[in-house]
Ligand binder design. Structure first.
Ligand code: PNS
Length: 162
């Protein structure tokens, strides 16, 4: 059985992520969705909150596991005994960053392969940061995130006074 790792910040998880998780789960035997910190981004939800949200939105998908890690992805992958990273590509603008990450991970551990899945057309415009911004400005994020994630987003933005 091929086990793959889908790492990300998931701050918060969007319907775009879920679409990708579903598709990866239909292709691979086991998908580990791994929540990581990203030094380049400030976080709205804690790691545990992001893990919990992912568990809620993937509850119906049998071969998906939600986990979290600190440190380097390649070290985590080695510890989990997996060598395939799954990442989504939405647009050309994602490419440069993804390319750099894939090459860096391959350099750190030549056994690691990155497999890109192209986002479905109706999800290419969805990203956690845009969803956060729209929610913060009072816009409608229905159909972009799970209703429970929308509720938690609203709650968080109210409590943080944003
Ligand atoms: O959803 P994101 O923020 O685009 O995910 C980026 C993430 C978390 C996958 C990346 O920052 C990562 O792998 N972080 C773990 C630390 C690491 O291994 N950094 C070097 C990768 S080039």
């Amino acid at each position: 059985m091929v086990s793959v790792i889908y790492p990300g910040s998931f701050d918060p998880v969007t319907d775009g992520h879920v679409g990708l998780i579903r598709r990866a789960a239909s292709v691979f035997g086991h998908v580990v969705v791994a929540v990581a910190g990203n030094f380049r981004k400030s976080e709205l939800f804690t790691r545990d909150e992001r893990v919990q949200m992912l568990r809620t939105v993937t509850a119906g998908i049998r071969n998906v596991e939600i986990d979290a890690f600190d440190g380097l992805l390649v070290d985590y992958m080695r510890a989990r005994g997996s060598r395939i990273v799954i990442r989504g590509l939405r647009a050309v603008s994602d490419f440069e960053y993804e390319f750099q990450m894939a090459h860096m991970n391959g350099r750190l551990d030549p056994g690691i392969e990155t497999v890109f899945m192209v986002a479905s057309p109706e999800e290419t415009f969805i990203s956690s940061s845009v969803v956060r911004e729209v929610a913060m400005l009072g816009g409608n994020i229905e159909g972009m995130v799970h209703p429970e994630v929308a509720r938690l987003l609203k709650e968080r933005l109210v409590s943080s006074g944003r």
